[in-house]
Design a protein around this ligand. Structure first.
Ligand code: PRP
Length: 215
């Protein structure tokens, strides 16, 4: 029997695209594609266990070694600060982390002295502004971050920009790029040693699939 592999995935688009790649490698994803309320799903034949978790929890499961591999957005990975092996850029789920706000500061209702950044990514924001030597105050939000500058809670936001339509609809613009984001395959450091052969062959298979996506 080959080693059991546990794969942590966040329900939604990233998982769906990951299933397609895995199916091309002969892995049966019919159960995790239709999980109902079940959180642990199997491809018994290939001894692969899928766990379906919140996106921000994927790095936690992999870091603790209860999942050998995980698929997670680069944004979530950076924010987690966890020392995982990022073994493959899966190239889907592309967007950017950006600083956004009013292109014309005279539109901003903000008058205070401290520069405030509203974000779902406080760790990324801290590190971005630290690297520029700029002192900021971070306001952590959990959604609808664009409201920050509009309502005068913050000067700018650090957030995901995909189509740009949320910014546009709220009269905001990208002021600076922070980094490119896409889905990443991450691996637990111990699993990579103890289940080397199985994990290597999965990584190689997925790498070949990603190359095909590029064509
Ligand atoms: C994300 C992000 C932006 C928006 C960007 O929010 O936080 O608000 O999508 O996408 P766009 O550039 O294509 O408009 P999400 O939809 O996850 O909702 P949230 O604001 O509740 O976090």
């Amino acid at each position: 029997m080959q080693d059991m592999i546990t794969l942590a995935l966040a329900k939604g688009r990233l998982a769906e695209q990951t299933f397609t790649l895995l199916e091309n490698l002969g892995i049966d994803c019919s159960d995790p594609r239709n999980p109902g309320r079940q959180l642990v799903l199997w491809d018994k034949k290939n001894n692969i266990r899928f766990i379906l978790v919140k996106p921000s929890d994927v790095p936690t499961y992999v870091d603790h070694g209860v999942a050998d591999l995980g698929v997670v957005g680069k944004d979530t990975l950076l924010e987690s600060g966890r020392p995982l092996y990022e073994v493959l850029d899966l190239t889907f789920g592309k967007c950017k982390l950006c600083i956004a706000g009013y292109a014309d500061r005279s539109n901003s209702p903000v008058t205070r002295a401290t520069f405030r950044v509203a974000t779902k990514y406080p760790r990324v924001a801290r590190s971005f502004y630290d690297s520029k030597g700029q002192t900021i105050e971070i306001i952590e939000l959990h959604g609808s971050v664009e409201l920050g500058p509009v309502i005068g809670l913050s000067d700018v936001i650090l957030d995901i920009v995909e189509s740009g339509s949320t910014l546009k609809a709220n009269g905001l613009s990208v002021l600076e790029d922070v980094c490119d984001v896409s889905a990443r395959l991450v691996c637990n450091r111990v699993s990579l040693k103890t289940k080397r052969e199985r994990i290597r062959s999965l990584i190689d298979g997925l790498t070949a699939q990603v190359e095909l996506l590029k064509e």
